[in-house]
Design a protein. Structure first.
Length: 433
């Protein structure tokens, strides 16, 4: 079958890389793709950042005239704008939840209210749509809080505060200064939890749930978990933070709980469901739900996946996940994100990247493109985003995988490049290897 992947980041590159390995994959297309996906298939000049009727018509026309049998929607924005609903057709499978189901990520206020109704363990929280009451609340709150833009903010709309002064600044930044645009029209202020963070992703076909191996993301920009939140600086999989009993509890209380809550609202969930959790002294609590593969968690998952991803995605989309075979490579995978100087703030684009071929030749190393493009004049691969490359390595254990990934990062160069060399350090005594 011919396959179309919607998106242009590292998530879409790694999904395309895995789909390409299936004997069922004939032609592979990306809309719009990046410099890395261009090596796997054909990039289409369709901007999928904003889903207009024209964009839907372009995609639908292309799929009908090129016999596309599977559409994979990677990013959250197209999902929240209803692209999965609008591309449904008897001749194709669409991997990704509907607009109604994608509210779980697109509207943190809706998500928090649903969690409360379903008794899904989560932090205590208040929701605000006006600046004044929000400021009054945080001014008088005695314990540290987290302030979140309720809408989509590309992983950056969460501000962890140590005291009331920081919380006031965060509320003003989101609601008054509109740092995240309309995503901050309403906010969620919740208690600040302590513990290790955990990412648990599951495939959901409407009836069946298959939980994938757990991973751990690193969101803060600096070594040792310092500095502002980003879209993700790296991840590793699997993580030793959970055992079988704890995973069974998370599946029962969190994943099944929220899918059942959606069903009671008349919403059928099909696609991948991501639970961001905090392992607190009182047990696991849900920080957020996402309606797509985590980025960079999926880059640490896919190199370990044993199974035909085409079968897996079609089975999920068609309600036949129970007929699919899924297994895992026993090795660990570490994904390190190489970023542009200045990220998560302003940064330059169009900077030439060297060392990609050398890194790709290193043992057990795979490099996925996140924010790259091909310079039309020189034909060079250049930077085109804040998170530029996802450098992944498989190892016998986490220390081995981290060492290989960092060594590959050292081979790749572009002006201002930086990365965190301590991915996985939280479970290795906090030290890089």
């Amino acid at each position: 079958m011919n396959i179309l992947v919607i998106g242009s980041g590292g998530r879409e590159h790694v999904l395309g890389w895995k789909l390409k390995q299936s004997p069922q994959c004939e032609k592979l297309y990306f809309a719009p793709g990046n410099a890395g996906t261009a090596g796997l298939g054909e990039n289409l000049p369709i901007n999928t950042d904003t889903i207009t009727t024209k964009v839907v018509d372009e995609i639908d026309y292309f799929c009908r005239h090129n016999s596309v049998g599977l559409i994979v929607i990677g990013p959250e924005d197209p999902l929240s704008q209803g692209l999965a609903d609008r591309l449904q057709h008897a001749s194709r499978a669409v991997f990704g939840p509907t607009k109604e189901a994608a509210q779980l990520e697109a509207d943190k206020a809706f998500s928090k209210q649903l969690m409360r109704a379903a008794n899904v363990p989560t932090a205590e929280a208040r929701i605000f749509t006006d600046l004044g009451p929000a400021l009054t609340f945080v001014e008088n709150h005695e314990t540290p809080v987290v302030v979140k833009a309720a809408g989509l903010a590309k992983g950056k709309g969460v501000i962890v505060c140590d005291d009331a002064e920081q919380a006031i600044d965060a509320v003003k930044l989101i609601m008054k200064d509109k740092a995240f645009g309309e995503a901050g029209a309403s906010i969620v202020v919740e208690e600040r939890l302590t513990g290790q963070e955990l990412s648990v992703l599951a495939l959901v076909d409407g009836q069946n749930i298959f939980v994938l191996d757990p991973s751990q993301d690193h969101k803060q920009v600096g070594e040792g978990d310092t500095g502002p939140n980003t879209g993700g600086m790296g991840a590793y999989c699997p993580t030793p933070l959970v055992d079988d009993d704890l995973m069974a509890e998370i599946e029962r209380e969190v994943l099944v709980g929220i899918v059942d809550a959606l069903r009671r609202e008349g919403i059928k969930y099909q696609g991948v469901l991501y639970a961001g959790l905090m392992l607190t002294p009182g047990g696991p609590k849900t920080l957020e739900f996402n309606c797509r593969f985590g980025d960079p968690e999926v880059q640490a998952l896919m190199p370990r996946l044993k199974g035909d991803l085409v079968d897996i995605m079609v089975g999920t989309a068609n309600g036949k996940l129970d007929e699919v075979n899924i297994g895992w490579d026993e090795r660990c995978c570490c994904c390190v994100v190489m970023c542009s100087g200045g990220y998560p703030g302003s940064y330059r684009k169009g900077l030439p990247i060297s060392g990609l071929e050398e890194a790709a030749k290193m043992d057990d190393v795979i490099v996925f493109h996140a924010g790259t493009a091909i310079d039309k004049k020189t034909g060079e691969v250049v930077t085109n985003g804040g998170r530029v490359l996802n450098v992944c390595a498989l190892g016998d254990d986490l220390a081995d995988a981290q060492r290989k990934a960092n060594a590959a990062c050292d081979v790749i160069q572009f002006e201002g490049a930086f990365y965190r060399s301590d991915i996985g350090g939280r479970v290795m005594g906090g030290n890089k290897v």
